[in-house]
Design a protein around this ligand. Structure first.
Ligand code: FMN
Length: 357
C-alpha cells in the first residue's frame, strides 16, 4: 500500500518541469474555503519533508487581470505554499493576462476548472460547460499551456451525462492537448455534490491515459483515501470537505502509509478516535483563527471562520451548537473564547456525515 504514495513514475515525469510532488494528497479547490488560512491549517498536517499541492478556489480569468494579487482573501498567500491556482477561463486574452498576474504567487501549476456546474459558469461557457464542447475545451487547454510557464492540470467531472466512454475520450483529448495531470470528480453536472461518485470511472481514466490521475469525491476518512487509491490505482487523492472537517486526515493518511508525522508533532500519533479528533478540532480551529487574524481584515476573517465551522463542524456531535455560537461572534478574541468554552467539555467527532451540500 505504501507504494501508492511513493511518487509514482507519472509524477516523476513532471519533475523535469519543476513540479515536485511526493505526498499526492491534495487540498481541493473550494469557494470560500480554500484560502490561505485553510491551506496553512492543512499544511500543518502534511508529513515533514513531503510536498503536496494546495489548490486555490476557482479564480475568474475575467477578474484576475484587473486586480492585485493578495488584495482579496481569495488571492492572499504565503511564500511556502505549494500552490495550484484554479482558473475559470475560456478566452485567450484573459487566460494570458491572468497567468501573467498569477506569476506573483509563484504557482507550482495551474488548474483549469471543468467541473463547476453553477448556472453562472454555464452561461459563461466555462466550468463544466466545457465538457459539453470538447473542441473548445481542447483549445482552452492548448491556449493555457501555450501561455503558462507551469504545468497545467484539469479538474473535471464525469460530464453532462453519465457516459464513461465520453469521459475517457474527453480525458484522452485533454492529455493530447497538453494537460499535465487530471483530477476526476466522477459525478455528472446535474448531481452537484449529491449521489455516490462513481470511483470506477477514475480507474477507467487511469487506464486510458499516461499522465497522473487524481481521484476525488466523498473521501471522508483515511481509510476511504486508501480504498480509493487501491481500488482505482489512481496517482493521488484530492480531499475537499473532509479537509475542512478534519484537516489532520492528511496526517492520518500519511501515518497509514508509514510516512513521518508533521513538523512539531514528533512522537505524537494521528488522532484515531472520536474524542481525540474532537480535541484536535479545537487545536486546528485555534490555528485557523490565528492565521485568519494574521491575514484578513476582521470582517473577512469572521466570514471565513463561520464558513469553516459551517462546513467542517458537521462531523462534531454538537457542531450545530458550535456553529450557532460562532455566528454571533464579532471579533476573533470572542471566537477564541467560544472555542475554549465549547471544547472545555470533551467533544466527539464522527467518522462520517451524510455530506449534505
Ligand atoms: C463549498 C464548496 C465550494 C467548491 N468550490 C469549488 C471550486 O471552486 N472549484 C472546483 O473545482 N470545485 C469546487 N468544489 C468541489 C470540490 O473541489 C470537490 O470536487 C467536491 O467537494 C467533492 O470532493 P469532496 O467529497 O472531497 O468534498 C467545491 C465544493 C464545496 C463543498
Amino acid at each position: 500500500m505504501s507504494q501508492a504514495f511513493a511518487p509514482s513514475e507519472r509524477w516523476n515525469a513532471l519533475r523535469e518541469r519543476g513540479l515536485h510532488v511526493d505526498f499526492p494528497c491534495f487540498l481541493a479547490p473550494m469557494v470560500g474555503l480554500s484560502h490561505t488560512a485553510l491551506r496553512q491549517t492543512v499544511s500543518a498536517y502534511v508529513p515533514q519533508g513531503r510536498t503536496n499541492l494546495l489548490f486555490t478556489e476557482m479564480l475568474s480569468s475575467r477578474r484576475l487581470p484587473t486586480e492585485r494579487i493578495g488584495d482579496r482573501p481569495e488571492t492572499a498567500f504565503v511564500d511556502h505554499e505549494t500552490l495550484v491556482p484554479q482558473l475559470l477561463a475560456n478566452e485567450e486574452r484573459f487566460i494570458e493576462a491572468s497567468l501573467h498576474k498569477l506569476e506573483r504567487m509563484r504557482p507550482a501549476a495551474i488548474d483549469i476548472n471543468m467541473g463547476c456546474p453553477v448556472s453562472q459558469a454555464l452561461k459563461h461557457n466555462w466550468g463544466v460547460a466545457l465538457m459539453g464542447d470538447p473542441a473548445y475545451a481542447e483549445q482552452v487547454v492548448r491556449l493555457t499551456v501555450k501561455h503558462s510557464p507551469w504545468p497545467v492540470s484539469v479538474k473535471l467531472r464525469t460530464g453532462l451525462s453519465d457516459d464513461p466512454e465520453y469521459l475517457v475520450d474527453f480525458a484522452r483529448m485533454l492529455e493530447a492537448a497538453g494537460a499535465a495531470w487530471l483530477t476526476i470528480h466522477p459525478r455528472i453536472a446535474a448531481q452537484g455534490r449529491r449521489g455516490t461518485p462513481r470511483w470506477e470511472y477514475i480507474a477507467r481514466v487511469r487506464d486510458a491515459v499516461r499522465v497522473p490521475v487524481v481521484g476525488n469525491g466523498d473521501v471522508q476518512t483515511a481509510a476511504d483515501a486508501l480504498t480509493l487509491l487501491r481500488e482505482t490505482g489512481c496517482d493521488g487523492v484530492m480531499i475537499g470537505r473532509a479537509s475542512v472537517a478534519r484537516p489532520w486526515i492528511h496526517w492520518q493518511i500519511a501515518e497509514a502509509l508509514g510516512l513521518p508525522p508533521p513538523a512539531g508533532r514528533d512522537g505524537d500519533v494521528a488522532p484515531a478516535d472520536g474524542f481525540a479528533e474532537g480535541a484536535e478540532y479545537a487545536r486546528a480551529l485555534g490555528n485557523f483563527i490565528d492565521v485568519c487574524e494574521r491575514t484578513f481584515t476582521t470582517d473577512d476573517a469572521i466570514k471565513r471562520l463561520k464558513f469553516f465551522v459551517h462546513w467542517g463542524g458537521r462531523w462534531l456531535d454538537f457542531g450545530h451548537e458550535l456553529w450557532r455560537r460562532m455566528t454571533n461572534v464579532r471579533g476573533l478574541d470572542e471566537a477564541r473564547i467560544v472555542t475554549s468554552d465549547f471544547f472545555a467539555v470533551p467533544q466527539r467527532m464522527s467518522a462520517r456525515t451524510t455530506l449534505a451540500s
